[in-house]
Design a protein around this ligand. Structure first.
Ligand SMILES: NC(=O)c1ccc[n+]([C@@H]2O[C@H](COP(=O)([O-])OP(=O)(O)OC[C@H]3O[C@@H](n4cnc5c(N)ncnc54)[C@H](OP(=O)(O)O)[C@@H]3O)[C@@H](O)[C@H]2O)c1
Length: 242
């Protein structure tokens, strides 16, 4: 491996204000990357985080809105001066039992979890290719091969994003690398109780939740490794083995 020096580079991180996205922004900033922290509704958290990430900026967009989504990559490139990396982390994780599933909730999940990251990767990837280099990481999910029955739109979108990762890796090579990180039990959904924590840890061979820094480390690895493309790296404590 020839490690890519991340220092002095720039990155756009979607859903960067909180939870896993926040850890990714902090890890990148720790390596000297200037980050465009994207948020939809957590602007106060994003601004606090920006104060801790030297040279970073905050951008707001609803990724379900095609016009707002289309402005995001050009804004990031213009405000940061260039765009070397994209991390597609934002996501909507709704419970959608088959009996209750309607088209608007299917469309919302596909829009935020597949259409937006695909077009952000397309827009960023073409710019990176024209500039001669770049790297993209899509955050997916360990369970795309064993989707939870009550969240099918989410998993269909994430499986599509893994297929798009491989296709974009071919389409944008050799200048731009495109990979995915597939987290397992990292952080409980907000509002989840102790019983879910117990169920998740007992279903995970490593017997614990990973914490957001585990995903951030994997993102740094994939952005910094110059001979890996089209790969999906599980960060799941072995969850998929059980
Ligand atoms: N947590 C886990 O253990 C776990 C497990 C497997 C996979 N993952 C994946 O890892 C990534 C991060 O997980 P997480 O739990 O930290 O995510 P999360 O808290 O569920 O969501 C991350 C951010 O997505 C943004 N978002 C949602 N809808 C949006 C929209 N319409 N437009 C723009 N932004 C929108 C929100 O930003 P604002 O707050 O700014 O509105 C939110 O803070 C996701 O891709 C998720 O699928 C997580």
């Amino acid at each position: 491996m020839s490690p890519v020096d991340l220092g002095g580079r720039t990155a756009l991180v979607t859903g960067g204000a909180r939870r896993i996205g926040r850890a990714i922004c902090l890890a990148l900033a720790g390596k000297g990357v200037r980050v465009a922290i994207h948020t939809r509704s957590s602007e106060a958290e994003a601004r606090d985080l920006a104060e801790r990430c030297s040279g970073s900026i905050v951008l707001r967009a609803d990724l379900a809105d095609p016009a707002e989504r289309a402005r995001l990559v050009p804004q990031a490139a213009e405000r940061l001066g260039r765009l070397d990396f994209l991390v597609n982390n934002a996501s909507v994780y709704e419970r959608t039992p088959l009996e209750e599933l309607d088209e608007p909730s299917w469309e919302r999940s596909i829009a935020v979890n597949l259409t937006a990251p695909f077009f952000l990767a397309r827009d960023a990837g073409l710019r990176m290719r024209a500039a001669g280099s770049g790297a993209i990481v899509n955050v997916t999910d360990w369970a795309t091969e064993r989707p939870y029955a009550d969240r099918l739109p989410y998993f269909a979108a994430k499986a599509g994003l893994e297929a798009a990762t491989r296709g974009l890796a071919r389409a944008l090579a050799p200048e731009v690398r495109v990979n995915a990180v597939a987290p397992g039990p990292i952080l409980l959904p907000e509002g989840a109780g102790d019983d879910l924590a117990a169920a998740m840890t007992s279903a995970t061979p490593l017997g614990r939740l990973g914490g957001p820094e585990a995903v951030a480390e994997a993102v740094l690895f994939l952005l910094g490794h110059d001979f890996v493309t089209g790969e999906t790296l599980r960060v799941d404590g072995g969850r998929w083995l059980k």
